[in-house]
Design a protein around this ligand. Structure first.
Ligand SMILES: *[C@@H]1O[C@H](CO)[C@@H](O)[C@H](O)[C@H]1NC(C)=O
Ligand SMILES: *[C@@H]1O[C@H](CO)[C@@H](O)[C@H](O)[C@H]1NC(C)=O
Ligand SMILES: *[C@@H]1O[C@H](CO)[C@@H](O)[C@H](O)[C@H]1NC(C)=O
Ligand SMILES: [Cu+2]
Length: 255
């Protein structure tokens, strides 16, 4: 890892673009509405659904992914994308990955540090759909996705997108709330406990989406191969620091 850190500093200094070192971290969400459940039901291509519900006590979001009819090939990645699928089902119109911390695509998500990954990078954090399987199921709690409307990590107005290894979008779907929850701290509504008692369906732009065959692209792919992210800065601001970083990078390169 030291090598890659030194290399990214070197490249950053050389190109004037700094890698985010350290990467920004996503905040854990502990106030999701208790009892809230939403589902994204997939069309053809891949069948199945992704159910998202509030974790116990509103802590985190429990995702349950159940898929069948998975095409040949793989591994397949999937993510929460920023925009919903439009009515015509165009998966390409869902934009990039949900990334409220703006950590960018590179370096790739390190599973052991999920707080440093893109919030929407579910495959990165919890594993892609492996090659050569026609069905897949996964169940995990993500602490960083949010069911609290108005926050950057809120995703129920967005979509989930599945990709071929070449990033072409296979299928996509919007989340629909199937059970509204209640605030985890009932003081706001007078202390009454509404947990899990209300069932309501809220329709969104389009429930499902299929890919027109030519829809390509994951989030915009990085143009270079080095872990460099635009728009960020690293703390070593003095020339001495930059020179030191350059020297460090050069030293590491020679090893
Ligand atoms: C799908 O969306 C992409 C991105 O917005 C757009 O470039 C493309 O023309 C759309 N395709 C169709 C068939 O609507
Ligand atoms: C989704 O909701 C979030 C938080 O309320 C908001 O910031 C974002 O603009 C919304 N996105 C879409 C595509 O509606
Ligand atoms: C991506 O892979 C799929 C499945 O192998 C293939 O059908 C599609 O044409 C590929 N797309 C591109 C742009 O290479
Ligand atoms: Cu994606």
């Amino acid at each position: 890892m030291r090598t890659s850190v030194a290399l990214s500093l070197l490249v950053a200094a050389a190109t004037g673009v700094a890698a985010q070192n350290p990467l920004p971290t996503a905040a854990a969400v502990t106030n999701n509405p208790v009892g809230l459940v939403a589902e994204a039901v997939l069309p053809g291509n891949i069948k199945g659904k992704v159910v998202a519900k509030s974790g116990e006590g509103g802590v985190g979001v429990q995702f349950n992914v159940e898929l069948s009819s998975i095409p040949e090939g793989g591994p397949f990645t999937y993510h929460i994308h920023v925009n919903p699928v439009p009515e015509n089902g165009n998966c390409s119109a869902t934009g990039a990955h949900l990334d409220p911390t703006e950590r960018g695509e590179t370096p790739v998500c390190d599973k052991s540090k999920p707080e440093t990954c893109q919030v929407g990078d579910l495959a990165g954090k919890y594993g892609a759909i492996p090659e050569g399987k026609t069905t897949f199921s996964a169940n995990y709690i993500d602490k960083y996705a949010s069911l609290v409307e108005g926050t950057g990590a809120y995703f129920l107005n967005r979509s989930i997108v599945f990709h071929y290894p070449n990033k072409t979008r296979i299928a996509c779907a919007n989340f629909k709330i199937t059970n509204v929850g209640s605030a985890p701290h009932p003081s706001e509504s007078g202390g009454e406990d509404h947990t899990g008692t209300v069932t309501q369906t809220i329709s969104s732009a389009a429930p499902i989406g299929t890919n027109p065959a030519q829809t390509t692209g994951g989030a915009p792919s990085p143009s270079g191969t080095m872990p460099v992210t635009a728009g960020a800065s690293f703390s070593t601001s003095s020339m001495t620091g930059v020179v030191a970083a350059l020297l460090g990078g050069a030293m590491m390169l020679m090893l």
